[in-house]
Design a protein around this ligand. Structure first.
Ligand code: F6P
Length: 501
């Protein structure tokens, strides 16, 4: 990352980290501020950051070096793929040091600079985020704000925007407003750049609802393309009122899958609609149209294998949750770009999208509770998503199957002779990441209370050079520096294309 304090660097780091982690790319943020606090204590006055303060300067260099050391160790010993080095990195000399140290290790560097030209946003960021940082614990907010402004001024004295022609970089000006890119070379870099170009911070709401109860739901069958049950139809009739009561007259776009039950549920919503094949329910292949009991009887090994590793289990002739995550990537991009959206979707699909925003890992994702006849509302905030749930008072069956306490794996070849559990290279997309990085202290994965998450989104008009937004996106700034580990040759295969779009 590159940028002055309070430019949203940490926010951008976390967004990128969550996005890549969701795609199974092993990613971790190294926040140099945390190393500084650990090594030299929090509550440092602004004078600590004065470039003329030799001791402060030395201490800050030590923190930077400690973070770098850990980061390199993580790449080498833990097969990390993308490390995000979250610090100001605001001088040419510091970036040179970073670039040289990492290049020596065969690690590619992508600098992400965030520039903010909107003073009101910087002030909002200081108030919302910085004053609650451990640096200002027990400090009067007004004194803290004054001190933080002075800290920014110290950095401004030395600040050099990135112009190094031979470095790979992206410069985000007023996030979502203008982007300048330089020397993007590999596929993963271009994915990250594209993602960043889609971010915006305009206030908005994202709603999720499963379709109304379907005829198959009532019969306990999975998959299929049935229509709604009578109770499902009642839910569909109530949905427009619920949404408009919450949203008022604001614009909204409704996305559905191409399946009857979501289209029927959305039919009465007086908003523009889009059908996405990518939003179709997880394909249960040969098991489509069966009940869970029938699957257990007919395909006991498959049934046990799914319980053992639900995220990776792929139905015979169908999909796994991992497959679904990959096919949903374009949906996430679009979600980030757009403003108010309502997705009328399916259980497995909404679990995957929910996990992206709320940072759930792969073990928990397939068991998330997304009940029927319930609208989930997300309001993206600076460092998380506020969630509300509206339960509509119409009975529906419960389709949630809890995680089995002790599942037994019976790994046998599938009908195609290929085991369901994919063999994989650590770090590559499609692999099994045993210990997905939890980037945000957003929630305790153990308790399933409504957590904080994160979201922003953006609109973009192009990939190369600068682009402008037309949606009145409010600006924010951030500096980001991303380091792409490059050792194995396979780096360009990190994000495979979607399996089914
Ligand atoms: O039961 C409803 C349903 O949408 C099925 O069509 C689908 O196969 C299932 O949920 C996904 O949930 P799980 O992964 O828990 O089986």
């Amino acid at each position: 990352m590159v940028g002055l304090p309070a430019r949203g660097k940490t926010y951008i780091s976390q967004k990128v980290c969550r996005y890549l982690t969701w795609l199974s790319i092993k990613t971790k943020v190294f926040n140099v501020g945390n190393y500084r606090r650990k090594l030299h204590g929090a509550n440092m006055p602004h004078t600590f950051f004065d470039p003329h303060n030799c001791i402060g300067e030395q201490h800050r260099r030590e923190a930077a070096a400690a973070a770098m050391e850990d980061m390199i160790r993580w790449f080498n010993e833990e097969q990390g793929v993308v490390a995000i080095y979250d610090a100001t990195n605001s001088t040419i000399a510091r970036r040179k040091w970073l670039h040289e140290s990492l290049s020596k290790q065969d690690i590619k560097v992508l600098f992400i600079e965030s520039i903010c030209q909107d003073e009101s946003l910087i002030i909002a960021n200081i108030k919302e985020v910085k004053l609650s940082s451990p640096d200002y614990a027990n400090v009067d907010p007004e004194d803290a704000a004054i001190d933080f402004r002075a800290r920014i001024d110290h950095y401004k004295e030395q600040y050099e925007t990135i112009t190094e022609e031979n470095y790979t970089y992206i410069k985000l000006i007023n996030v979502g407003s203008q982007t300048i890119i330089n020397m993007i070379q590999v596929y993963l870099e271009s994915r990250i750049v594209y993602y960043l170009m889609n971010l915006h911070i305009a206030p908005r709401k994202i709603y999720f609802s499963r379709h109304g109860e379907s005829q198959f739901n009532v019969q306990g069958k999975i998959g299929g393309d049935s229509f709604l049950s009578p109770r499902g139809e009642l839910y569909a009739a109530k949905l427009p009122g619920l949404i408009s009561d919450n949203l008022g007259g604001k614009p909204l776009t409704v996305w559905t899958s191409t399946m009857n039950r979501t289209i029927q549920t959305a039919a009465g919503l007086p908003y523009p609609k889009m059908q996405w094949k990518a939003l179709d329910e997880l394909d249960s292949g040969l098991c489509d149209g069966m009940t869970y009991e029938e699957i257990e009887q007919k395909y006991p090994e498959d049934y046990a294998n799914r319980d053992e590793d639900k995220f990776n289990y792929r139905y015979r002739g169908g999909e796994s949750y991992r497959d679904v995550v990959l096919r949903l990537e374009p949906i996430i991009m679009e979600l980030e770009r757009h403003e108010n959206i309502l997705i009328v979707g399916h259980q497995a699909i909404l679990r995957c999208i929910y996990a992206y925003f709320m940072n759930y890992d792969q073990d928990d994702l397939p068991y998330l509770k997304i009940p029927l006849h319930t609208v989930i509302e997300f309001t993206p905030k600076a460092y998380g998503c506020e969630e509300k749930r509206y339960k509509v008072d119409i009975e529906a069956v419960d389709t949630h199957r809890p995680k089995p306490v002790k599942a037994k794996a019976v790994v046998k070849p599938t009908a195609t002779g290929v085991p369901n559990k994919p063999k994989s290279v650590p770090g590559a997309s499609g692999e099994i990441v045993k210990d997905p990085v939890s980037i945000l202290p957003l929630k305790n994965h153990k308790d399933k209370e409504i957590p904080n998450g994160t979201a922003i989104n953006g609109t973009t008009n192009g990939i190369n050079g600068s682009h402008s937004h037309t949606n009145g996106v409010t600006p924010e700034a951030a500096i980001a520096g991303l380091h792409l580990s490059d050792p194995p040759k396979a780096r360009e295969r990190l994000i495979p294309s979607t399996t089914k779009v």
